[in-house]
Design a protein around this ligand. Structure first.
Ligand SMILES: Nc1ncnc2c1ncn2[C@@H]1O[C@H](COP(=O)(O)OP(=O)(O)OP(=O)(O)O)[C@@H](O)[C@H]1O
Length: 330
């Protein structure tokens, strides 16, 4: 055993879905002899998460992120592999486990629509047996951090998407879970509400030490909150490490940004093999070069071009992610 909050080893999930053939005859036949398709959503992933970490779980649509979060939170059973969270096997749905984790899904609501959030909070406080003093203290802290005092008495159905998400987050934290799973918490929110929720999550993590696993299609959520990212693609783990090294590990090229001393015509620019101009504006020039050749090409350019300034950079994280997501060559 190690001191991880979450341990995942060779975790897989294959969904089995009935195949519905076309035509009445075939449909009736399938009632008696059903056939199934196996959809491998998660294929043998392994990772550890330590107490207090905020990990971004990223990948293109259909990569297996929600499936993994559902296994971690005990909503679905893994097909194979090992998985413990806080020492529990989530799929057993032990009441002691469920009191220590929380899951928030941007596209699902756990609030009761017809009553004000405060009443839902009280119900949740009762369900989770939160002592009255702790309930008040926790709620006061969250209300202040989320600046949501005026929302407490309005029926949930009258709240905006962003206001409702504040309530969802507050509800998920009332019993002070040790692990928080967030699936697209900023989905559909405007930029200022996204910023506010990011700030809340960062503050709350610092104050409480809660472990967070977050999926989001907004890279800004991930860059603002997650020092570490796990990238999955087609159900397999492609990268697990610091966000800052993702570009270095996954993009096999570097960007040279040059400022020339004088305007030089395109024809007279003789670039070494493998180098490709990606941007040109005035005296500025961006050149994409294979990572391994960057030192040689840089030396060559300095000798052959009138260069006043030169930097060597990793490509922007968004560009690397975009290429992974769209299946383009890196
Ligand atoms: N209940 C289900 N039954 C059958 N197949 C499913 C089920 N849920 C998900 N899948 C399939 O499993 C794969 C992974 O889906 P999952 O929802 O985990 O991906 P995701 O990374 O969360 O995607 P997104 O970013 O679009 O939310 C997809 O091919 C999806 O169609």
């Amino acid at each position: 055993m190690n001191d991880s909050h979450i341990q995942v080893r060779n975790l897989s999930k294959t969904y089995r879905v009935p195949v519905r053939p076309e035509g009445l005859r075939a449909s009736v036949g399938s009632l008696f002899h059903p056939t199934y398709d196996d959809i491998p959503a998660v294929k043998g992933i392994s990772f550890d998460v330590h107490a207090g970490e905020v990990v971004g779980f990223i990948g293109p649509n259909g990569a297996g992120k929600t499936t993994t979060l559902k296994m971690l939170s005990g909503l679905i059973h893994p097909t194979s592999g090992e998985l413990t969270v806080l020492g529990f096997e989530p799929w057993k749905r032990d009441a002691k486990y469920l009191k220590r984790i929380s899951i928030v899904m941007g596209n699902k609501s756990q609030m009761l629509w017809d009553i004000p959030p405060m009443d839902s909070f009280r119900v949740l406080g009762e369900i989770y047996n939160v002592p009255a003093g702790q309930f008040k203290q926790t709620l006061d802290e969250i209300i202040e951090l989320l600046d949501m005092q005026e929302l407490l008495t309005k029926p949930v159905r009258n709240l905006s998407l962003g206001e409702r998400m504040k309530c969802e987050l507050a509800a998920s934290l009332l019993y002070r879970p040790a692990v928080l799973f967030l699936d697209e918490p900023t989905l559909g929110l405007d930029v200022s509400m996204q910023l506010r929720l990011r700030k809340f999550l960062a503050d709350y993590n610092r104050r409480s030490g809660v472990t967070v696993i977050l999926t989001s299609h907004y890279m800004a959520d991930v860059t603002a909150l997650c020092p570490r990212v796990i990238l999955i693609h087609n159900g397999s783990l492609m990268f697990d490490g610091e966000l800052s090294s993702l570009a270095r590990d996954l993009a096999p090229y570097k960007l040279l940004r040059l400022t020339l001393l004088e305007v030089t015509s395109m024809e007279s620019l003789k670039l070494p093999e493998g180098a490709e101009i990606t941007e040109r504006e005035g005296l500025g020039l961006s050149i994409r070069v294979p990572r391994a050749d960057a030192p040689d090409i840089t030396a060559n350019l300095l000798q052959t071009l009138p260069v006043s300034d030169l930097t060597v950079e990793d490509p922007p994280i968004e560009a690397v992610i975009d290429r992974v997501y769209t299946g383009g060559s890196l």
